[in-house]
Every structure is written in structure tokens, then in C-alpha cells.
Ligand binder design. Structure first.
Ligand code: HEM
Length: 454
């Protein structure tokens, strides 16, 4: 879907570097993070194009708020989510309008405070076990370790009893398929192919892994339905949730499970890996973290009650998600004509904003590229409205936000109780840019702090 360039009102500036066939495609595909930051120099709103497809990039916190909250009903989620709908089905992330509102009402209770309290026991136990398995003898890449941990925690919060090897294998196989949703959304070739029927188009990948995952999930859903009780896990909540339009069908539950696998693992893994990396570079920050964890927890594992008593740990994580907001680019598309920032946008207009660029704006954050957890201390603990959006805002705010804070805080406290870490010499950490930003590897050397911890 797209609109012709001539319909774009001239008041909104066109970013420099536009090329005839690709538009700004080259920048978006080679150095998107730097490009997004440069775009803030054009003011509250700027136009770019991906091949023939015009895109409005909103920069000002007020306009971002209009898109995410005040005028949210005028938008769906746009290009990236069209390609994600194949592998994710119609789950919370990809669904729209009334159906999204209904699903959100049904799912939200699964992420309420009391449920998170139960999940934190799992987070603490699994993080402590993972940290206990590390060794202090060589350079150690934290990324696969963290990936294992986040998947382990998600599976155990979704299913109170181990769902068995069939599901583990099916999830692993499905996650290994590259859906390339962000790359496609930013591809000039794909944008042209949507316009010109003869051009080769992207074809969805082989559906086998998705079918096998659905089949494995269905067997588990059948067992839960037969049993009928609340096992205290997320799947029970999905099956028992009821609203004015009734409960979810098996197919809807399956779509939501798949959505949670995708949204609840890669995001947390990336944030945790960046936190470990940033801490490894700053012995002063690490020492304060150790002090807090030792004072508050001593030798015992962290629990739900401790979340409020670890303010410095939280500051480190808040700063990690400022500097590395893993959802670095958010997309929307108008589903009706609307006015935004003085421009009239026809139906089908793409609108982007970048939390990454927002969070690194020198007008909003002093010395924005510096990792400085202290900027979140005391009265500065709460960011100015619309300036800190790692979890989005409005009706599509991340449903897993509290879950994510809990898991990140507990895991980091477990790691810090047991280990001191330093960056492995001569091994720079490279950021990979896809649907999320994440460090490719985080090589560290570990030193044991104490033994005898749980
Ligand atoms: C550090 C971790 C996380 C980050 C940074 C993050 C970020 C986000 C962002 C920015 C959005 C909104 C996207 C948009 O407006 O286009 C979102 C939505 C969502 N997130 Fe998260 N997320 C995280 C963890 C989680 C976890 C742990 C879960 C579930 C277990 C989860 C489930 C979801 C779902 C289902 C949505 C769609 C909500 C809706 O559209 O109603 N996320 N997330």
C-alpha cells in the first residue's frame, strides 16, 4: 500500500540524500541508527521515502504522543506487521482495532501484579541456576547464555509443567526461521514490488516449522482443556480468560502463545546483554551494583519483594533501555485520512518514529551517548513526558513491561551476586540491526565473587 509523492504537502521537509529509485533506502539499510538520529535535525516531522513509498518520521515527543495515544485509533501497525502476520498469526502484536481491544482485555490480567509475583520465583530460580553453571576460566560469550535463560523463563511461566521435548524442539525450529520483517519493511525493492505486479515479490518462508509448532501447542492446549483448572501459569490464564464476547478459541490461544514466544524472548535477551556489556565497561558502576545486591540480598536469592529495594539495579536497567531501546524503530500506518503536525495524511501513509534517536537527543538528555545510571536517581527518576519510550505508549504499550522489568532486575541481581565481569580484551561488541537491536556477541571474562550462593 502507498501514496504518490505529489499528494504530500510541501510544509514537511524532505530529508537530504534522496535517490531516484531507492529514495532513502540505502541509508536505512546500511546505517539506519545514525540516519534516524540525523533526521531529528529537520524538526518535529520529516519526510523520507523507501523506494516509491513515502514515510513520515515524527521526532517531537508531542507528535509521537499523538500517533501512539491521542490519534491511535487512526492507525494500524503498518508494513513490518504485514509480514509478521504470517508467522505470528493474529496475536496481540499484529491484530488491529476492535479485535485487538478485545484480545488485550483478555490477556492483560495474565500480566497483573499478583501473576508477576508468582513468575518472579521462576525468574529467580532459573537465573541463579544459569549463573551457577558459568566458569571463570576463559572468554565467555554472554549472548547464548542469556538467550537460553530468557527462553527457559518464558517456557516455565507459560507452562507450569514442562511441556516436553516436542514443544521445545518446535519452538527452537520456528525461532530459527528468518522472517526478515524489518528488512522487508525498509526494502525499496519490496516497496516497488508492491506497486509493480511484474516485479518479483517476497514469498513467505516454508510454513512447516509454524505448522509443527501449532500442532505441538494444540496437544498441550487439549491437555489443559481436559484438566480445566488454573495451574497459575500464562497458558491457564489465556484459556480461562473470559469477556463480554466469550473466551478465546484454541486458534486464538495458539496465536497469542506464538506472539509471546517472539515478543517475550529476543527483547529481554537484547536488553540483558546490553546491560551486562555496559556494566563490564564500568568498574565503578559494577562496584555499586555489587554493594547494593550484597546489602539487600546477602546470600539469599532475589524475590518479588526485593524489586523495590534494588533502586540502583533498576537505574542501570533504565539507562540500558535508554541507550539501547531494543525496539529501535516503531511503525504505524494511517487507516483513515488524518491531520498530523499540520500535514494532511491520506489513508495508507506510513509513519515512523525512533525511540533510539529520541533517547539519544542532546536536547532531551545531557551527554546522551554516555552510559550514566545516575541520571535516573532521586527526583530525576521519572523521565519527562514522552521522552523515554522503550516500551511504547498508548493502547499498544508493551503488555509485558512489568514482566520485563522483573526479569531483568532479578537476573541482573543473580548475576551480580555471584560474578564480577570484565570485557574480553580486543573483542569489540557490534550491534545488529533488525526487528530489534541487539549485540552480536558480549565476550567477557568472569571472576567468582563468592561461593555457596544459591
Ligand atoms: C526489554 C523487554 C521488552 C521491550 C523493550 C519491549 C518493547 C515493546 C514495545 C516497544 C512494544 C510496542 C510496539 C509498538 O507500539 O509498535 C511492545 C509490545 C508488546 N510486547 Fe513487549 N517488550 C519487551 C518485553 C516483552 C515481554 C517480556 C513480553 C511478554 C512476555 C512482551 C510482549 C509484548 C506484546 C504482546 C506486545 C504487543 C502489545 C499490543 O500491541 O497490545 N514484551 N513491546
Amino acid at each position: 500500500m502507498g501514496i504518490a509523492f505529489r499528494t504530500v504537502p510541501p510544509a514537511v521537509p524532505l530529508a537530504g540524500g534522496h535517490r531516484p529509485l531507492t529514495g532513502h533506502g540505502r541509508r536505512l539499510n546500511t546505517d539506519a541508527l545514525a540516519f534516524m538520529r540525523e533526521l531529528r535535525g529537520y524538526g518535529p516531522m520529516v519526510r523520507i521515502s523507501i523506494g516509491p513509498r513515502p514515510v513520515y518520521v515524527v521526532n517531537s515527543p508531542d507528535l509521537i504522543r499523538e500517533v501512539l495515544a491521542t490519534q491511535a485509533r487512526g492507525f494500524d501497525k503498518g508494513a513490518m506487521f504485514d509480514t509478521l502476520r504470517g508467522p505470528l498469526g493474529d496475536g496481540l502484536t499484529t491484530s488491529a482495532a476492535d479485535f485487538h481491544r478485545r484480545q488485550r482485555r483478555l490477556i492483560q490480567p495474565g500480566f497483573h501484579h499478583e501473576r508477576i509475583e508468582r513468575y518472579t520465583d521462576i525468574m529467580s530460580e532459573r537465573s541463579a541456576l544459569r549463573a551457577a553453571a558459568w566458569r571463570a576460566d576463559a572468554v565467555f560469550d554472554m549472548v547464548p547464555e542469556i538467550n537460553r535463560l530468557t527462553m527457559d523463563i518464558l517456557l516455565r511461566t507459560l507452562f507450569a509443567t514442562d511441556p516436553g521435548p516436542e514443544l521445545h524442539a518446535a519452538v527452537k525450529e520456528w525461532l530459527s526461521v528468518k522472517y526478515r520483517s524489518m528488512r522487508l519493511a525498509l526494502s525499496p525493492l519490496q516497496a516497488w514490488a508492491e506497486r509493480v505486479p511484474l516485479l518479483p515479490r517476497w514469498r513467505p518462508p516454508d510454513g512447516g516449522p509454524l505448522d509443527r509448532l501449532r500442532a505441538a501447542q494444540q496437544r498441550i492446549i487439549d491437555a489443559y482443556r481436559a484438566d480445566g483448572g488454573d495451574r497459575g501459569d500464562l497458558l491457564s490464564m489465556l484459556l480461562l480468560a473470559d469477556g463480554p464476547d466469550g473466551a478465546m478459541t484454541d486458534g486464538q490461544v495458539a496465536d497469542e502463545l506464538i506472539t509471546l514466544f517472539l515478543s517475550g524472548t529476543g527483547t529481554i535477551s537484547a536488553a540483558m546483554a546490553y546491560a551486562v556489556h555496559e556494566i563490564s565497561l564500568r568498574p565503578d558502576i559494577q562496584a555499586r551494583l555489587h554493594e547494593e545486591v550484597d546489602t539487600v540480598l546477602g546470600e539469599r536469592p532475589p524475590s518479588f519483594k526485593d524489586l523495590r529495594s534494588l533502586p540502583y539495579t533498576r537505574q542501570i536497567l533504565t539507562e540500558t533501555l535508554r541507550l539501547h531501546p531494543v525496539s529501535w524503530l516503531s511503525m504505524r500506518r494511517t487507516i483513515q485520512p488524518l491531520a498530523l503536525g499540520g500535514a494532511q495524511l491520506p489513508t495508507g501513509t506510513d509513519v515512523f518514529f525512533s525511540p533510539y534517536a529520541l533517547h539519544r537527543d542532546a536536547g532531551l538528555y545531557e551527554d546522551p551517548d554516555r552510559f550514566a545510571p545516575e541520571r535516573w536517581s532521586g527526583s530525576a527518576a521519572k523521565p519527562a513526558r514522552g521522552t523515554y519510550l522503550p516500551f511504547g505508549a498508548g493502547n499498544r504499550l508493551c503488555v509485558g513491561e512489568e514482566f520485563a522489568w522483573a526479569e531483568l532486575t532479578i537476573a541482573l541481581a543473580c548475576f551480580a551476586g555471584r560474578w564480577q565481569w570484565a570485557p574480553a580484551p580486543g573483542q569489540p561488541v557490534r550491534t545488529l540491526v533488525g526487528t530489534v537491536i541487539r549485540p552480536e556477541r558480549v565476550p567477557v571474562t568472569l571472576t567468582a565473587r563468592r561461593t555457596g550462593r544459591p
